[in-house]
Write a protein that binds this ligand. Structure first.
Ligand code: GRG
Length: 301
């Protein structure tokens, strides 16, 4: 996986991705509550936050990963939508004045600026609660699998997952950190949700047990790569969110500079690709999807 050849030259793949995004967004729309009247601001803000134009990387990855392991489409779709709701909740909270104090997200004004901080917090809580209800309601799964899926999602969000990563980022990020400390925070902020996604894909499929660890290894590498990519583009115009939010923070960009970040990014992408080759006899779509996400990421590695 390098950033040289955009996968968009393959129309079959491009059409498949467009259809997948459309399917995910329609299902997300159907799963989110509809505002009963104009004062129902929590439901409105939930919909705005979750349906705003994001990349849908997490649900797409979950669906591609589980399809490649022979899982049912419907379970993967609903799980993917639940994870997207969790992701949307995390973005709403991340943007709040007590955290990143952002004005722009997904090309739109942030939820707390549009609706107020009270509504933003409540919408994030309600998105999380809806996400768990969606997982609990997925049909055709053994109860023991459904319980594990709920547990995986809860652990990814909680005190040893995203919440911990966010606090480390907010507090420890203000002081100089070692590369290991930054990588550990990045893993918690970003990698744990990818780990949850790959574990969910494994659990709803018939993959052999050794595949599980390989998928986890892939998620770890992807999480590191994705956070480096995010840092690299902190000052890029046209990212549909505020620029320069990492200024003054101890990130890999501050510690090592752009060239080293690109080198590390390429290294993580290469390792991720090796894990994919291990887990899937024939992986086409996941690596091509990642190619789309990381295109233009590495120009000097
Ligand atoms: C309540 C779920 C929850 C978490 C509480 C606020 C918080 C703790 C965590 C925030 C963690 C965070 C914002 C991580 C950043 C992850 C990241 C790189 C987001 C950008 O993801 P993209 O580029 O965004 O996939 P789009 O908009 O395309 O979906």
């Amino acid at each position: 996986m390098t950033a040289d050849t955009p996968a968009t030259s393959d129309t079959g793949f491009t059409e498949h991705m467009a259809l997948l995004r459309h399917t995910i967004e329609s299902r997300l729309d159907a799963l989110l509550p509809v505002a009963s009247n104009e004062r129902d601001l929590v439901a409105t803000a939930m919909r705005d936050g979750a349906l705003a134009p994001g990349k849908r990387m997490r649900p797409i990855l979950l669906i591609l990963a589980s399809n490649g392991l022979g899982a049912s489409d419907q379970a993967a779709l609903d799980l993917g939508c639940a994870v997207e709701m969790v992701h949307a909740a995390s973005l709403v909270l991340d943007d709040m004045p007590c955290m990143d104090n952002a004005k722009l997200r997904r090309g739109r004004v942030t939820t707390h600026l549009a609706y107020g901080e009270d509504v933003a917090i409540l919408a994030a809580v309600a998105l999380l609660s809806r996400a768990f209800a969606v997982v609990a309601g997925i049909e055709g799964l053994k109860p023991s699998i459904r319980t594990q899926l709920v547990e995986i999602m809860a652990n990814a969000i909680g005190a040893h997952g995203l919440a911990r990563g966010q606090l480390q980022d907010l507090r420890d990020g203000l002081h100089p950190r070692t590369a290991e400390e930054i990588a550990a925070t990045n893993n918690l902020k970003t990698g744990v949700l990818f780990s949850a996604i790959m574990d969910m894909a494994y659990l709803i499929s018939d993959a052999p047990p050794p595949t599980r660890a390989v998928l986890q290894c892939f998620a770890l590498e992807l999480g590191q790569a994705f956070q480096l990519y995010d840092d690299l583009h902190d000052h890029s115009p046209g990212t549909a969110k505020d620029q320069g939010k990492d200024d003054g923070k101890s990130t890999f960009m501050a510690l090592c500079g752009e060239d080293e970040v690109k080198r590390r990014l390429q290294e993580h992408l290469d390792k991720a690709r090796a894990c994919l080759a291990d887990a899937y006899a024939q992986d086409d779509y996941i690596s091509r999807f990642l190619q789309l996400i990381f295109v233009k990421a590495v120009t000097c590695a």
